[in-house]
Design a protein around this ligand. Structure first.
Ligand SMILES: [Zn+2]
Length: 666
């Protein structure tokens, strides 16, 4: 990546040493004016730093920023940009002897082209940032090096129609002529990539953890009814993780803010979890898709990633493996042991698939896949804990966090504390699981697989609940009848769904529909696509299930199998929207349009609505659904095509790729 440095001195030392060996940046006070109309930032920053060893250069990352003023301690410089290196040349040497509390301040202007996003949402503005992998320095001159930790205090000036959320505690809001200035204060240092802000129209509710930490839950004003399901279990997870990790939550508060068109599911900015608004859900959507895992993951990062930060990509698993593992523990506390082991089972399948594709990577390889960093990292911690026991594991983790808090860590730092706490030599474990890329799938498998757990009884087969670790799907191949009987007997929703996935259509009968379990019924809806007439009534009952996935599949399959009842099915599902990506509504509009004689007078209204969903006013998930269906019924008109063209430049690369390939077809 091309980077522009604020000033480049003669850089002899930098080739062999990090700037952090010479300079220690302590605090940053930044005032940012966010110009929503021109998509531009005017900033004013004051950094304080100590000089540890004599040096003649300071490097700050600031691609694309323009500077017009700079002050280093008592010396002021007016910068003539094209000649800047000459000017900075004069600063060199003299002032950079070992010393404390030096002040560097400057003004700058930037139109960020990544890491900072200006969006439109229903005729208003929204802004959010994404530092990891995209570099905060694109909007805030700072340090792309994770090892430089600074206490950042941001104050942000923006149109008073909007709320501003940033790291730390909001200490005051100053009002003046159409603008508000929001002062945020941090007490502790963090890496630059964790600095963040979000601006938009939000309401919030605050709960307090058992330990008194404010949990600030933000939501769009129009989503007040989705508030409870979206933030369900937040306090429980927070209290659980504080207790489980054994180190108090390190920051002043924990804020959660949904944003439109986010690049990932969520991001663990210090004290500020910015997440995709696709995870804002109502009670029905909650069953299939919710914020619980993402919330727990980003929350766990507040310790693993934010409090202690990996020194380099080699130790990335200390962030992602830990966040994945602790999120799973928090979910176990909510959803139970079955859930925990079935997830581990799924992670193992993902690792196995990667291995079989010849793409296994090792945990300490900075270029590992995210499957390795997240899923194998999680498995390693699960196995390590099994090996040394709860007490030693928790003691070691606690020591590791305490010893390195607000600093950077590597894998040795962690292993050392675990070895001390357990009095075990872990070199064999480290070599096998962290250094080798071999998966050792059988070692994973024996942890959830036990044949003897499935036993025959008079009435069929049963899970022997006294057998340990029976979390493994029954292989139904050649045993379909036994599997069917088993379905009626078992109340393990995960296992049942996995059984149904393996059954072929001819093995689904009236008795299979006997289950009330929503996930098992969803698997039935998915498996049975050609519906025999004797199962018609049973299948129709799926339209009443409290699951938007089930409803979407059932509506489509019923519509396709029973043309004579199309109007009935459409009437029955007319008011259902579905997830935030409007999955049910968009399918419904498409079917209503292509169903002959169905509400002919409303067809143009429905077409307008469907085409409207392709516009940038909507989130990319909605747009993608609308584009896909319009393409399938070959009805992408000029306005749809314009929107598609515009989508080919979207900041979300997956959506951009989708739009490009569809646009290529047109
Ligand atoms: Zn993560």
């Amino acid at each position: 990546m091309k980077r522009t440095f604020l000033f480049i001195f003669f850089c002899v030392n930098f080739l062999v040493a990090q700037q952090t060996d010479y300079l220690d940046f302590k605090t940053a006070k930044a005032t940012l004016y966010i110009d929503l109309e021109n998509k531009e930032i005017l900033g004013d920053i004051e950094y304080s730093f100590d000089v540890l060893k004599e040096t003649d250069s300071i490097k700050i990352d600031a691609p694309n920023a323009k500077f017009d003023y700079l002050r280093l301690n008592d010396a002021e410089y007016l910068l003539d940009l094209p000649n800047m290196p000459k000017f900075v040349g004069k600063i060199g040497g003299a002032n950079l002897k070992p010393s404390k509390n030096n002040i560097l301040s400057f003004k700058y202007k930037v139109k960020p082209n990544k890491a900072f996003y200006f969006l439109e949402k229903e005729e208003s503005h929204q802004v959010w940032t994404q530092g990891q992998g995209k570099y905060t320095s694109n909007w805030l001159p700072s340090f792309d090096d994770m090892n430089e930790k600074i206490e950042f205090d941001l104050s942000i000036i923006v149109d008073n129609k909007y709320k501003v959320i940033s790291n730390g505690k909001l200490t005051r809001v100053e009002k003046s002529k159409g603008y508000n200035r929001w002062y945020y204060n941090m007490n502790k240092p963090m890496s630059s990539y964790l600095v963040a802000l979000a601006i938009g129209k939000y309401d919030k509710k605050v709960e307090y953890s058992k330990s008194g930490v404010p949990l600030e839950m933000y939501y769009y004003p129009e989503d007040s009814l989705k508030f409870e399901p979206t933030y369900r279990y937040t306090k429980q997870m927070f209290d659980f993780l504080e207790e489980e990790i054994g180190v108090p939550y390190p920051w002043q508060n924990y804020k959660m803010v949904p944003v439109k068109d986010f690049l990932y599911a969520g991001m663990e900015n210090t004290s500020l979890n910015i997440y995709s608004d696709a995870f804002v859900v109502d009670s029905i959507a909650f069953v299939d898709k919710n914020f619980v895992n993402i919330n727990a993951h980003e929350l766990a990062h507040q310790w693993f990633g934010d409090l202690v930060t990996a020194t380099s990509g080699t130790h990335h698993w200390l962030q992602e493996g830990f966040a994945t593992y602790y999120a799973l523990l928090a979910e176990k506390d909510i959803f139970g042991e079955d859930y925990y082991y079935w997830r581990l089972y799924e992670y193992a399948q993902e690792l196995k698939a990667q291995d079989e594709a010849g793409q296994s990577t090792y945990l300490l390889d900075p270029k590992s896949s995210s499957t390795t960093f997240y899923k194998k990292g999680c498995w390693v911690l699960h196995m390590l804990r099994e090996r040394i026991g709860d007490t030693a594991f928790k003691k070691g983790v606690k020591k590791y966090l305490k010893k390195h808090q607000f600093k950077n860590v590597n894998t040795d730092d962690f292993i050392t504390e675990i070895e001390k706490a357990s009095s075990e030599d872990l070199s064999g474990f480290v070599n096998k699981w962290l250094v080798s890329s071999e998966l050792h799938y059988n070692d994973l498998k024996k942890r959830f697989f036990a044949h003897k757990a499935i036993v025959k009884t008079k009435n069929g087969i049963k899970i022997d609940s006294t057998a340990s670790r029976s979390y493994y799907p029954i292989n139904c191949e050649g045993h379909e009848q036994i599997c069917k009987v088993f379905l009626l007997d078992s109340n393990d929703s995960f296992r049942n769904a996995k059984i149904v996935e393996q059954l072929s259509e001819e093995h689904i009968s009236k008795s299979t529909f006997f289950t009330k379990d929503i996930k098992t019924r969803q698997a039935i809806a998915q498996t049975l696509t050609d519906i025999p007439s004797e199962l018609k009534t049973d299948y129709e009952s799926l339209l009443n299930d409290k699951s938007y996935i089930t409803i979407e599949i059932a509506l489509f399959n019923l519509w396709r199998n029973f043309p004579e009842d199309r109007a009935k099915y459409l009437n029955q599902t007319k008011t259902i929207i579905g997830f935030n990506d409007k999955n049910v509504r968009i399918l419904w509009l498409t079917l209503a349009l292509i169903t002959e004689d169905y509400e002919p007078d409303n067809k143009s209204k429905y077409f307008k609505e469907l085409t409207g969903y392709t516009s940038a006013q909507y989130g990319f998930e909605v747009r993608q659904n609308a584009f896909q269906y319009l393409d399938q019924i070959q009805a992408c008109n000029n306005s749809c095509k314009d929107n598609l063209k515009q989508a080919t430049t979207h900041h979300n690369w997956r959506f951009k790729q989708f739009a490009k390939s569809l646009f290529g077809k047109k």
